[in-house]
Design a protein around this ligand. Structure first.
Ligand code: 5AD
Ligand code: SF4
Length: 524
């Protein structure tokens, strides 16, 4: 129970004054929460955000972190000792889901000994109704559940959670068709319990039920909420959200919704602000940046961004991810002529077999993919190419797999992210009956890895003795006399140096290739 004075921060009057439009509404709740926690004497409040999955999630987590830091929480690495823990989840493959449940299980004891701690879960996995049900049943100590389309409403949900703990029920923010928004049921139950006089225990239990608010989609992009960068010198910039491609194995279009592009002016503004704050490297983010459509298309957007960053302090521009079917000559030209655009391209092939690519709904074949890779290489001979490959897609035969190996040998990728096919409920491929035998898949996976590792090592070792520009990001995990950074191509380099060089770009001679990274020497 909190004091009467603190309760005034959570009153109906405060609630009623909240603006209707965004982002003003969430800013309002951030300010009210700040008032509440500082009146509570919360100087030592700690928050921990655990992020699973891709760069998109990493960026969303920075925004959640920005909200929490504005409210007054300090970052804490250890989820066991934070006052609020948020899990930003991924659901691209089954093992991502299992990972979350393992971590949640370990918090049970902590929550039992300190029930006032707050545990929240958001991100892609929460867009699946089954997963929400599992959490409500098996992990009832979770307090807040929200999804990808309404993660900006987190301040409001946190405010409502604090109210609920005091027995005040609220309707949940709701846009279009909410997948789950169950607080009205709770309100009815509360009314009955109060009217017919039930034990305090029942009411307490009700007040401790999670706040669940998951939207199925959203037409708006909410701009201008705070964010706290994980690295002060590099930043992901969302240019679009969602995906319209519906590759037959992929759950992303279902959990991230349809494509929505940000307005170019909003993107430029964010980039200028980041530059003024000392950012050196930006990564433009979208599930499929090649279908960006904010009035202008991606090549023009990229060219403009290269232009506006001149002299701004931003020295590197990256982007991800590109669908091969939409990779245009115009984009290759912009890249080749760019001044700050890194010569790195992630071109996910998924498979080299025409038949499998067709069943995957990828809209290109083996030949077209190799042609795109050739074009990139002939326009920029120094380009670093990476890819994603799925092994064991339903119906994949040995011949299909040989086609994948063929493309790998032909293109000679600098890096490949290889995945064993994972069946995702709700996707078309989940209903394909010709799933490949597990042992066979494992054998193919190992063969692919062996081939690709050899190629990556050969490609990389060619750089020995050359000089490259490295943005240093951290002290080495293994040896604290070394600092670790990345070349333009994304390759990791360790070199002697000190903490003052972190966030700076230096010329580094590449001395020794060790597998997938280099040991280098700073020369300037
Ligand atoms: N199984 C295995 N890998 C997948 N990916 C997406 N969905 C699945 C799945 N169901 C991989 C693709 C994609 C990357 C981000 O994850 O290769 O490019
Ligand atoms: Fe998934 Fe295909 Fe969209 Fe990539 S392009 S997110 S693989 S549906």
């Amino acid at each position: 129970m909190i004091s009467e004075n603190l309760k005034t921060f959570l009153s109906d009057e405060v609630m009623a004054k909240a603006p209707v439009s965004e982002p003003e509404r969430q800013r309002y709740f951030i300010e009210r929460l700040k008032g509440f926690y500082s009146a509570e004497g919360g100087a030592g409040l700690k928050s921990c955000i655990v992020t699973f999955g891709c760069q998109m999630n990493a960026r969303d987590s920075e925004k959640l972190d920005g909200i929490l830091s504005t409210i007054g929480f300090k970052p804490e690495e250890d989820e066991q000792s934070a006052d609020i823990v948020l899990f930003n989840t991924c659901t691209i493959r089954e093992n991502a889901n299992e990972h979350l449940y393992g971590r949640l299980g370990r918090l049970k004891q902590v929550k039992r000994s300190d029930p006032d701690r707050i545990i929240g879960i958001c991100g892609c996995m929460m867009q699946e109704a089954d997963e929400i049900e599992t959490i409500k049943k098996k992990y009832p100590y979770v307090d807040i559940i929200f999804g990808t389309h309404n993660f900006h409403t987190f301040p409001e949900l946190l405010f409502k959670l604090l109210r609920k703990r005091e027995g005040i029920m609220d309707p949940i923010p709701y846009e279009g068709s909410g997948l789950v928004a169950d607080s009205s049921e709770d309100a009815l139950r509360q009314e009955k319990l109060l009217r017919y006089g039930s034990g305090k225990k029942e009411l307490d239990k009700l007040n401790r039920k999670p706040i669940v608010s998951v939207w199925t989609d959203s037409s708006n992009i909410v701009e201008e909420l705070p964010s706290r960068r994980k690295f002060p010198f590099k930043q992901g910039i969302n240019i679009m959200f969602g995906c319209n491609n519906f590759c037959s194995y992929c759950i992303v279009p279902y959990v991230r919704g349809r494509e929505k592009s940000r307005r170019p002016e909003d993107i430029y503004e964010e980039i200028k602000r980041s530059a003024a704050e000392g950012v050196k490297e930006i990564m433009l983010l979208g599930q499929n940046v090649n279908s960006y459509d904010g009035g202008i298309r991606f090549p023009e957007l990229l060219k403009n961004i290269d232009g506006i960053t001149k002299g701004s302090g931003i020295e590197r521009i990256r982007f991800m991810t590109s669908h091969p079917k939409d990779l245009s000559d115009e984009l290759i030209d912009v890249m080749a002529g760019g001044e700050r655009i890194c010569r790195q391209f992630h071109l996910p092939m998924q498979s080299g077999s025409d038949a499998i690519l067709k069943r995957m709904n990828r809209h290109y074949d083996k030949h077209a993919f190799m042609e795109k890779a050739d074009k990139l290489k002939s326009a920029m001979p120094d380009i670093s190419l990476s890819t994603d490959i799925i092994v064991g897609f339903p119906g994949e035969t040995e011949r299909d797999f040989e086609d994948t190996l063929d493309v790998v040998r032909y293109v000679r990728f600098d890096a490949a992210y290889t995945f064993i096919y994972s069946k995702r409920n709700g996707t078309p491929a989940a209903s394909y009956t010709d799933q490949v035998d597990e042992a066979l898949v494992k054998d193919r996976f190992d063969r692919l890895l062996e081939l690709q590792n050899g190629i990556a090592h050969e490609n990389l070792s060619r750089l020995t003795g050359t000089t490259g520009r490295v943005l240093f990001e951290s002290i080495s995990e293994y040896d604290d006399s070394l600092i670790t950074g990345k070349l333009d191509s994304g390759v990791t380099v360790h070199a002697k140096g000190d903490i003052s060089m972190i966030g700076e770009i230096h010329d580094v001679r590449l001395l020794e290739c060790r597998g997938f990274y280099y040991i280098g020497e700073v020369i300037e």
